[in-house]
Design a protein around this ligand. Structure first.
Ligand code: V55
Ligand code: FE
Length: 507
């Protein structure tokens, strides 16, 4: 059900002309925060080192990239339009392509030649002309399923893209009319044993509703199971955990604030008086069995891995004491606390055989500080050994010329081995920052964690971006290959690897 909009706002018959485009007066849009905006095709990028001959596939990543200066000048970085970049790696060569996702809002804004949507996830601030359009930016994750790329934002249904051309195929994919939820998570899981996708939508019946829909989607993108639950309060449900037996949600005090929205603010405020809840339900049930376990105020947004051993559920998250998003305000006016925002891999466990248990256990597994953990995605839902995460290491050198921009840069990727509780680290360089990494198996049947990490490094002094390829068995040795872009691309949020075999099968 794609929307088509053809109105040309430069035609005087359509009213006053929109103002010329300028980001100049917006401090957060300068230098490294400047939008990229360009849609690029670059065949055969310059490669330093050697892309291993066993790498054949495409790395996709998406992030917010402002199409026009924001309608509300204090809107936040998370509200830029989704812009997907693709690095196609094969035979030692690398081709680069980037495209904005043609969301309903992107098309409407392109026609109007200005921003029409207001603050982050706040429909009260929109131009009246966009009332019937999806607010989804598709700026958070790209996942490959059923031969298509799904570009995702947790406030709206998936947007489908062609994995080869990055052409937008459906700007509001509702699973052949079967998606009841108005929202769809940016973090669906793929069950490696069945090929099914497990996903959910929160605020599923509209802004700030406490309804959550959970579903399973088969290999052909048909919804085969659905259950509805209620959350104890409406907090951000960014990621979730799926094991072979269980589904778990972490409700964090990043609470929806309708009052703040009506005052023109963003969707969320950090309410330090609220507890954190872990809800656990059976996979495939009707959701009535969900049990809520209470914990103290904590922030955690991403799951590294999760598994069930009988009735014992384990969920590993990147957990911090307080708000980890400087642009989501603290509800009681407390200043943002950088130390309390430090995330560490924390293991949450619950024993479901205990009928009286009403809390979960928390154990910090490593002292390393970082965000955006990943795993070998072939181990989604299963017991797993290896995880990966961008980290900061104060012992690494730091380029003094960047001291006015950054305090502590995220310029390492760390591999975590849960069997030995040891880490090994790749360091990207003193003048660099690293975005999320994505694991690429050395071959489809390689042992867990054996392969490469790929992801984008920003070279802040040169104002350029690179794709770096790191061997997971030799993290400390440095990148085996660097794909050099002659420009800097926008900030990415999450990315996905699609093998050459999968691409060939996509038809
Ligand atoms: C995240 C990213 C988002 C969002 C909510 O944790 C959470 C990441 C890029 O948008 O809307
Ligand atoms: Fe995320």
């Amino acid at each position: 059900m794609s929307v088509t909009l053809k109105r040309d706002s430069l035609n005087p018959a359509n009213g006053p002309r929109p103002a010329p485009v300028s980001f100049a007066s917006l401090p957060t849009f300068q230098r490294f925060g400047a939008p990229f905006r360009a849609e690029v095709d670059l065949r055969d990028c310059e490669v330093e080192g050697e892309i291993p001959s066993d790498i054949d596939g495409a790395f996709y990543r998406v992030g917010p990239d402002y199409q026009y200066p924001p309608k509300c000048p204090d809107n936040i970085p998370f509200d830029g339009e989704g812009h997907v970049a693709m690095f196609r790696l094969a035979g030692g060569h690398a081709d680069f392509k980037s495209r904005y996702v043609r969301t309903q809002r992107f098309k409407a804004q392109a026609a109007a030649r200005r921003s029409l949507f207001g603050m982050y996830r706040n429909p009260y601030t929109d131009d009246p002309s966009v009332k019937t359009l999806s607010r989804g930016t598709a700026n958070t994750h790209v996942v490959y399923h059923a031969g298509k790329l799904m570009a995702l934002k947790e406030d709206s249904p998936p947007v489908l893209m062609d994995p080869r051309t990055l052409e937008t195929l459906d700007d509001y994919f509702n699973f052949h009319g079967k998606l009841v939820s108005r929202t769809f998570t940016a973090h669906p899981k793929l069950d490696p044993q069945t090929g099914e996708m497990i996903a959910f939508g929160y605020e599923a019946k509209g802004e700030a509703t406490d309804d959550v829909a959970v579903f399973t989607i088969d290999r052909r993108n048909h919804i085969t199971w659905e259950a509805w639950i209620k959350v104890p309060y409406v907090g951000m449900l960014h990621d979730f955990a799926v094991t072979q037996r269980h589904i778990a949600f972490l409700v964090i005090p990043m609470a929806t604030s309708v009052r703040q929205m009506k005052l023109g603010g963003v969707h969320f405020a950090w309410d330090s008086h609220l507890p954190t809840w872990l809800g656990v339900m059976r996979r495939g049930g009707d959701g009535k069995d969900i049990r809520w376990f209470k914990g103290p105020e904590r922030c955690a947004t991403h799951v590294m891995g999760a598994f069930s051993d009988g009735d014992r559920l384990t969920v590993d998250v990147d957990m911090a004491l307080k708000n980890q998003f400087p642009f989501f305000p603290n509800a009681y006016g407390e200043p943002y606390d950088e130390r309390a925002a430090e995330g560490r891999i924390t293991r949450l466990t619950v024993d479901l055989s205990s009928k009286s248990a009403d809390t979960y256990d928390m154990q910090i597994l490593y002292p390393v500080v970082g965000i955006l953990p990943r795993q070998d995605d072939r181990y989604h839902t299963l017991a797993y050994r290896y995880g990966f995460m961008p980290t900061m290491d104060p012992a690494r050198p730091f380029d003094e010329r960047l001291a006015h921009v950054l305090t502590q840069p995220v310029n390492c990727w760390t591999r975590f081995d849960h069997a030995t509780r040891t880490t090994s680290t790749f360091f990207a360089g003193a003048e660099s920052t690293l975005q999320e990494c994505c694991f690429v198996p050395r071959s489809s049947d390689a042992p867990e964690g054996d392969g490469y990490l790929v992801g984008v490094a920003n070279r802040l002094i040169e104002n350029r971006s690179d794709l770096v390829v790191v061997d997971t068995q030799h993290m400390e040795t440095g990148a085996v290959a660097t794909v050099k872009l002659p420009f800097r691309i926008g900030q990415g949020i999450h990315g996905w690897w699609v093998s050459g075999e999968q691409l060939a099968a996509a038809g």
